[in-house]
Design a protein around this ligand. Structure first.
Ligand SMILES: [Zn+2]
Length: 298
C-alpha cells in the first residue's frame, strides 16, 4: 500500500513539473507578444520635454511612433524617457526637417533601438549630423521614405497621420526653407485630432490655409516653431481653432521663445497654453471620443 502511494506521489510530481514547465513557457511567450509595443486601448501622445527642440512620442494599440528626436544635447534624456515608457522597438520615426533640434537625438536612438521605418521631408542639409544620419540609415538598411502632402501614414489602432505639408513646389527664398518645408501632420483618431505643425512658419501656414481651410480644425495644436513670432499667424490659429496649444521649447533658450506676441494671440482666442519648459512632458490620452491632458509639473 505504502509503495503504491510512493509511486503515485512520484507520478504526481512529474506531472506537476511538466505542467509548470508548460505554464511558464506559455506565460513567457504571452508576455513577450503583449509587451510590445504599448497600450491596451486608445492613443497616447507625449510631447517630450527635451529642452530646446521637438520630440513627440505616439503610442497606439499596435505601434510606437517617434516624431523628431530633440537636440543631441538631450539625447541621453530622450533615451531615459523612452526606457521609462518601456519602448522596445520603434515602428516609425518621422523627422520633420533636418535641423539639429529635431534630428540631433536620432544617432543615439538608432544606436539603441530597432527602427522599422524612417520618414523624412526630403530636405537636405550640409551638416555633419545630417550626412551621418543618411549614412547610418543606409548602413543599417532601415526602410526609408520621403513624404509629401496628400499622403497618410498608418500607425495602427485606427489612428492615422495625415501629411499636410510639405507640398511641391518646395519653398525657396523664405527666411528658413527647411522650416517651411517641414512635415506638418494631422493625427486623426476617430473624433480626436491633433495638428503637429513642426517648425512651419508663416509662408507654410498660408499655403496650408489655402490647401486645407476648414480641414485644419483640430482639438489640439502643437504650435509651430517653438512659439517663435515667425509662426502662429492669426488666420492660421483661427482655422485650426484648437482648445489647447502645446509649445515645445527649452527653459531660458537663446532664441527667447516663446515670443510674448505669440502667447498673446493664443490668449486672445482663449486657447489654453501648455509649455514643456514650464510643465515638463505633456501627456495627451484619447479614447477617440474625448481626451485628457496631463502636465508633468507646474
Ligand atoms: Zn526647431
Amino acid at each position: 500500500m505504502n509503495s503504491m502511494n510512493e509511486t503515485w506521489k512520484k507520478k504526481l510530481w512529474v506531472c506537476l513539473l511538466v505542467l509548470s514547465i508548460i505554464i511558464l513557457t506559455g506565460c513567457g511567450q504571452t508576455g513577450q507578444s503583449t509587451a510590445v509595443p504599448a497600450i491596451q486601448d486608445g492613443v497616447i501622445v507625449k510631447v517630450l520635454d527635451v529642452g530646446q527642440g521637438d520630440s513627440i512620442l505616439i503610442k497606439t494599440t499596435e505601434q510606437v511612433v517617434l516624431i523628431d528626436s530633440g537636440d543631441s544635447a538631450s539625447s541621453q534624456k530622450l533615451l531615459g524617457m523612452l526606457a521609462a515608457e518601456k519602448v522596445r522597438k520603434i515602428d516609425k520615426v518621422i523627422i520633420t526637417h533636418p535641423h539639429s533640434d529635431h534630428l540631433g537625438g536620432l544617432p543615439a536612438v538608432m544606436g539603441k533601438y530597432n527602427i522599422v521605418h524612417i520618414y523624412d521631408s526630403g530636405q537636405t542639409n550640409t551638416s555633419k549630423l545630417y550626412r551621418n544620419y543618411l549614412k547610418t540609415v543606409k548602413n543599417k538598411k532601415i526602410p526609408f521614405s520621403i513624404v509629401q502632402a496628400g499622403q497618410a501614414i498608418e500607425i495602427g489602432g485606427s489612428a492615422l497621420l495625415q501629411v499636410l505639408s510639405p507640398s511641391k513646389p518646395y519653398f525657396t527664398g523664405t527666411r528658413s526653407d527647411l522650416n517651411n518645408n517641414s512635415i506638418v501632420l494631422k493625427l486623426v483618431f476617430k473624433d480626436f485630432s491633433m495638428l503637429l505643425a513642426a517648425d512651419a512658419e508663416k509662408p507654410a501656414e498660408q499655403r496650408l490655409l489655402k490647401q486645407y481651410g476648414e480641414k485644419l480644425q483640430s482639438n489640439i495644436l502643437k504650435v509651430g516653431h517653438h512659439g517663435s513670432s515667425t509662426a502662429s499667424s492669426p488666420g492660421f490659429i483661427k482655422k485650426v481653432s484648437p482648445a489647447e496649444a502645446i509649445i515645445s521649447l527649452g527653459a531660458n533658450n537663446e532664441y527667447h521663445h516663446p515670443h510674448p506676441s505669440v502667447l498673446k494671440k493664443y490668449n486672445k482666442e482663449k486657447i489654453k497654453i501648455y509649455r514643456t519648459d514650464l510643465h515638463g512632458t505633456i501627456t495627451i490620452r484619447s479614447d477617440g471620443r474625448t481626451y485628457s491632458i496631463a502636465k508633468e509639473k507646474g
